[in-house]
Design a protein around this ligand. Structure first.
Ligand code: TXA
Ligand code: MG
Length: 338
């Protein structure tokens, strides 16, 4: 990475496409590799809290210092904060914004890489822009991947969380910009704000197209359509008509959150059961990989279960709603599922 190359790295959330965050040319290569809009800023990864001054304005304001202290027990881990940036972070990383997103990953391999690099790492998820995030090393370079652009991929095994980090914008009115495995409830509790205030912009697809879209604290990358398979994705909540017994499902795949009745399973070409017990941790962990496998099957559509959008369920439904919003007829199901 010292030479400005891009490297696929494991993290506990999803695999990242990493480059020296202080090198504007290397950072530009990330945008080219992913076909990512230059307006969508990147997360800067650090080895530890001691290195915060490598990325954020130092010293931080009293409010931000207090908020970082309150969140400290969640690092290293799947939590990203957004706060004023330091001058050393180039515009390419922040898309010209006055703020920078920072995270300290917990994955032992990511930690080791960060400890050995004399610079922080800018790393978005290692997928083409708008496609499904990678949760195993093979995803980074598979058919839909980034093989032509990466110097190497470091295999650290499957990502344990399976959805990207929770993002919180710090400051006088902290906001949840993206839900993740660290829940909105955990953040609200530590920052001593009420949940509805924290989620005033929840990163939901409908909010992202609303009037607050360009406000500084709104996640610039919170696109209504994201994580999209090429096969139409239909969310079953609010869409039970999809299961009408007269519908022919023999070219349709099903992602279920728990065991399916044998008669229902038999109607589908392929079935992926994410958890035998409906456990949200397992559902989040295996969701993206299942979507990718289904997308390789040449199916007419993918049917997917839904869950209540609270706790970790909020992160799962956030990803599914956006994935469905990008695949044509499914978009109505996506809107009704949140
Ligand atoms: O778990 C993760 O966060 C993974 C791993 C690799 O660390 N990374 C990841 O990066 O998901 P990416 O680029 O796929 O998503 C980063 C999100 C984008 O939606 C981006 O718009 C937002 O973070 N973001 C980055 N900088 C920001 C800023 N200054 N203000 C608001 N949002 C920001
Ligand atoms: Mg991403």
């Amino acid at each position: 990475m010292a030479g400005g190359q891009l490297v696929g790295i494991p993290t506990e959330t999803v695999y990242g496409l990493a480059a020296n965050a202080w090198d504007p040319l290397a950072v530009r290569r990330i945008f080219v590799a992913k076909s990512r809009p230059a307006s969508n800023p990147l997360i800067v990864h650090l080895a530890s809290l001691d290195r915060l001054a490598d990325a954020i304005a130092w010293p931080p304001s009293e409010t931000i210092a207090r908020q970082i202290d309150a969140l400290e027990d969640l690092w290293p881990g799947p939590l990203t904060i957004v706060c004023p940036r330091c001058a050393r972070i180039p515009d390419e990383v922040t898309a010209g914004r006055a703020t920078v997103a920072v995270r300290i990953p917990a994955h032992p391999v990511a930690r080791q890489i960060l400890q050995e690099c004399p610079f922080p790492l800018a790393a978005p998820s290692a997928n083409r822009s708008r496609y499904i995030s990678p949760t195993v090393a093979e995803h980074v370079c598979d058919r839909s991947g980034l093989a032509a652009h990466v110097a190497m991929v470091i295999d650290g095994g499957p990502s344990v969380h399976g959805v990207e980090s929770t993002i919180v914008a710090l400051g006088d009115s902290p906001r949840l910009l993206r839900p993740g495995t660290i829940t909105a409830e955990q953040i609200a509790d530590r920052l001593k704000v009420n949940l509805s205030q924290l989620q005033a912009f929840s990163g939901s697809p409908s909010a992202a197209t609303g009037p607050d879209r360009d406000a500084e604290w709104v996640g610039p990358g919170m696109m209504r359509e994201h994580y999209c398979p090429t096969t139409p994705l239909i969310l079953l909540c609010g869409n039970r008509a999809a299961l009408d017994e007269n519908n022919d499902l023999h070219r349709v795949g099903r992602i279920s959150f728990g065991p399916l009745a044998p008669a229902e399973a038999a109607r589908y070409r392929a079935v992926e059961t994410l958890s035998e017990s409906g456990d949200l941790v397992e559902i989040a962990r295996y969701l993206f990989a299942a979507l990718r496998r289904m997308d390789e099957e040449g199916l007419d559509a993918i049917h997917c279960d839904t869950c209540s959008p609270t706790g970790l369920g909020l992160a799962i439904m956030d990803r599914l709603s956006r994935a469905a919003a990008g695949t044509g007829p499914a978009s109505q199901g996506a809107e009704s599922s949140r």
